[in-house]
Every structure is written in C-alpha cells, then in structure tokens.
Design a protein around this ligand. Structure first.
Ligand code: F0G
Length: 354
C-alpha cells in the first residue's frame, strides 16, 4: 500500500486524535542500507539509516510534521525555531504545507548553503544573528513565552514523539528486532532521546529487545562528554555546533539506561568518515551525520563495540545540504581539457589503463 506519512502510519503510537490535521510530505519510511564493504573491513554487521532521504533532506521532518500539525490543531498560525539549518528547513517546509507562517533564527555564517536555500525557498522569515545556536535558542524560548508563536525546537515534546518513529522503522526493517548498537550524532541531544523512547515503546508492545545507545558529539562541541557547557563551540560539522544541549539529561539517561555511552569524535575523524562512506559505499551525507559513523569506527578500534555486533548508524542529513564542505575536502578536482575529442580520449586511456 502507498506510504501515508508518519501521522497516519504510526497513529496508535503518537499523540493524535480526530482533530489533528493529517499533515504530511510523505516523510519517514527511509532506507536501511547494509554497508557490505565496511562491514567486511571492520568485522561487524553495519547498517545505516539514511534520514537524508526525507522530504527536506534530514531526520527533522519526522519531528516537524508532528510539531506543526499539533500547532495547527491548537489554533496557532506561526511557528518559530532556532536552528543550525536543518530544523529551519523542515519547519519552513511543513509550515508552508500547513498554511502557516514560519520564523527562523540562525547563526550568521554558520549554516550550510543548501539549508539556507531551503528556508528561503519555503518562504520563512529569516533572522540571522551574530551569535551561536545556543544563544539563538535561548532567544526564541523566551520570545515564544511572550508572543503568539509556537516554538518547534526539540524542547517541544511533539518533536521527540515524531522522531521516535525512526526506532520503530529500524526494528521492522531488521525483521522485528533492535540492533545491538544504535550509533547517532548528538547536537542538541533531542534525537538520541527520541530514539531511546521509541525503542522502549516498541519493545513494550513488540518484544524487539533494546540496543545500546552510542551517541557522538563533535569534539569542539562536546558538552555532555566533558560535563561542562562549551561557550564557543566549534566544528566543521555545523549541524551539531552546539555547546549547551537542551536535552542533555534525557541523552545521558538514554546512554545510562541502555548501557551505552556518549563520546566525542574529532573533525578529522568526521571528515575521514565523510569521504570514506561516499567513495566506498555510494552514500553521501552531510558532515554532522558522519559523527555516528566516525564514532562506530572509533569504538570498534578501541573495543567499546565488539566484533560481530549488529550496528545501525543514523545518518541524519543529506550530503547535498553542504556542497561547500564537499568541494573543499574532496581530493578530486575536475580535469580541465580543451574541447577536443582526441585530447579527452587520450586522458581517459591514461585513466583506464593505469
Ligand atoms: N545531525 C544533523 C544533520 C542535524 O542537523 C542535527 C541537529 C543533529 C544531527 C543533532 O541532532 O540536535 O537532536 O542531537 N540539528 C539542529 C538544527 C540543531 O537546528 O537543525 P540533535
């Protein structure tokens, strides 16, 4: 049957009723891809869930469809969020779809170009501040308490409700069982909290078992790992450039309850994973997404993940979101040749016979 989107597909697990608009852009139902080469190389059974195939190119669509539908149901006509880019793209798209206004507050110069293009095209009101995500979030939290606007950052509980559906899909895609390890990037810490909630709820009904939750922050923004706020977070992975995660305590609870861990990966490890998965598996995801894959490699190397484990890494956003980083870090540059068939043929012979 045709996929109807999260609100209809998972209504028995979600806070929906007859009044909830059946808002959808056909989000969810994303692929779970087995990485055969990396599995063989690393001695594990490794799958990735490519959340970049969602309608706006990131996992945020799962949470945003719920948050915007509930805002509409409650009579709101404007949503607001702070964002490192993906939340704003999703909020703007679902607001447009629901016939609502959207206001986004972003850190100046620190959001990937594709994400900005999306917010512009979906018609959001965009405010760029000379500050970071944490400062933008603080602002919109305060403003939403005083003004008639609905906050749709992940502190809105409907966001986590929608995002927990990713865990349901993984269990179904693995034939009714959770993996041994769930690896996931951690920024504002909403998604790891949502996944853990989802695994627990699905296990209660379907006896799927529970994974160990391995969350990964960027080393320059690793507040949870070091148990201190990072006033000036810095990382190539702008999506997770966050120094004071809003769902900090839910994330540590997820790691503790599941016998997992929250760890950090360096920008070098993120970039290495970013290049490796694209060039060896044909999967192109944005740098922030690669915190999960970089973390898997690190934990296999240091023994925190046992050989033979069944692992699912969440790849949170599409590689096309951030074309500048791809061009900058790729070692491949287009070869410039004259408009001359013989010259092109000669070059190709050199490539295929080498
Ligand atoms: N990966 C990507 C691609 C993201 O955009 C984010 C968060 C995360 C991982 C981390 O998820 O915050 O739930 O721990 N992006 C937010 C945004 C902050 O504004 O788009 P988290």
């Amino acid at each position: 049957m045709r996929w109807r989107g999260l609100i209809e597909e998972y209504q028995e697990f979600l806070p929906v009723n007859e009044q909830t608009p059946k808002l959808t852009l056909n989000e969810g139902n994303t692929p779970l891809i087995k990485l055969d080469r990396l599995s063989a190389e690393w001695g594990v059974e490794l799958y990735v869930k490519t959340e970049g195939t969602n309608p706006t190119g990131s996992f945020k669509d799962r949470g945003m469809v719920m948050a915007v539908a509930k805002a509409k149901e409650e009579g709101s006509d404007t949503v607001i969020c702070a964002s490192t880019g993906n939340t704003s793209a999703a909020a703007a798209a679902y607001a447009a779809r629901a016939g609502m206004r959207c206001i986004v507050v972003i850190p100046e110069g620190k959001i990937a170009m594709g994400k900005l293009a999306q917010a512009v095209m979906y018609g959001a009101e965009i405010i760029s501040i000379e500050g970071n995500f944490d400062e933008a979030l603080k602002m919109v939290r305060n403003i939403s308490e005083k003004e008639p606007v609905t906050l749709v950052n992940s502190v809105n509980p409907y966001r986590l409700e929608g995002q927990k559906t990713g865990a349901f899909e993984i269990c179904d895609q693995l034939g009714g069982t959770a993996p041994d390890i769930l690896a996931i990037p951690v920024g504002n810490a909403g998604n790891i909290s949502a996944y853990w909630k989802g695994f627990k709820e699905y296990h209660a009904v379907k006896k799927t078992g529970l994974p160990k939750m391995h969350g990964f922050e960027a080393a320059g923004a690793a507040a949870i790992v070091h148990n201190r706020i990072f006033e000036n977070p810095e990382t190539i992975a702008t999506a997770i450039r966050i120094g004071n995660p809003a769902s900090w305590h839910l994330a540590t609870a997820a790691a503790e309850e599941s016998a997992g861990v929250i760890d950090e990966v360096s920008d070098e490890e993120i970039i290495a994973a970013y290049k490796k998965i694209a060039s060896t598996e044909g999967v192109f995801v944005e740098p922030g997404s690669c915190a999960s894959l970089a973390g898997v490699y690190k934990h296999i190397e240091n023994g925190k993940i046992a050989k033979g484990s069944k692992i699912v890494a969440i790849l949170t956003g599409n590689g096309l979101k951030d074309p500048n980083t791809a061009i900058e870090y790729s070692t491949i540059k287009p070869v410039l040749l004259p408009n001359d068939e013989e010259a092109v043929a000669r070059h190709i012979r050199g490539v295929v016979h080498s």
